[in-house]
Design a protein around this ligand. Structure first.
Ligand code: THU
Length: 137
């Protein structure tokens, strides 16, 4: 896998971040199993809870374009250390990605990055296996 190429796209899209409240820009680049890349940045809102993280922007763009099979995501933030995806983004990734094989690349830059699989970031995730049909409806 071209980790450096994917990281470069995450760093690049960070420039598009809309972060007037936190002043903390994040970029993400999501790789499909077919080799396409979907990028995303964080998009904040004056009503803070309406903010969308970079990772989810990338996932929603990809899903909207008909892609559902993902191999990896690179994340780069305006910090000096590896930026771990927030809990909501982990859950969204878990909806579409294989927990054991999907790679989350926490990148400071193209040379300095850590790779973790999704199961390490979200152990014991709530999944479709936990859904029980309700007899209420
Ligand atoms: N943020 C992301 O885009 N991804 C993360 O994984 C962590 C947080 C954004 C949300 C908000 O715009 C800013 O970073 C500060 O929390």
């Amino acid at each position: 896998m071209d980790y450096q190429g994917l990281i470069a796209r995450a760093v690049e899209v960070k420039q598009s971040a809309y972060a007037p409240y936190s002043h903390f820009r994040v970029g993400a680049a999501l790789l499909t199993k077919s080799g396409k890349i979907f990028t995303g940045c964080n998009v904040e809102n004056v009503s803070y809870s309406a903010t969308n993280c970079a990772e989810r922007t990338a996932v929603y763009k990809a899903i909207s374009e008909g892609e559902r099979e993902f191999a990896a995501i690179a994340v780069n933030g305006d910090n000096d250390d590896y930026l771990p995806p927030c809990g909501v983004c982990r859950q969204v990734l878990a909806e579409f990605c294989d927990m054991e094989t999907f790679e989350v690349i926490l990148a400071n830059n193209e040379e300095d990055y850590r790779i973790v699989t999704l199961d390490r970031l979200l152990p014991g995730a709530f999944s479709t296996d936990n859904l029980k049909p309700s007899d209420v409806f």
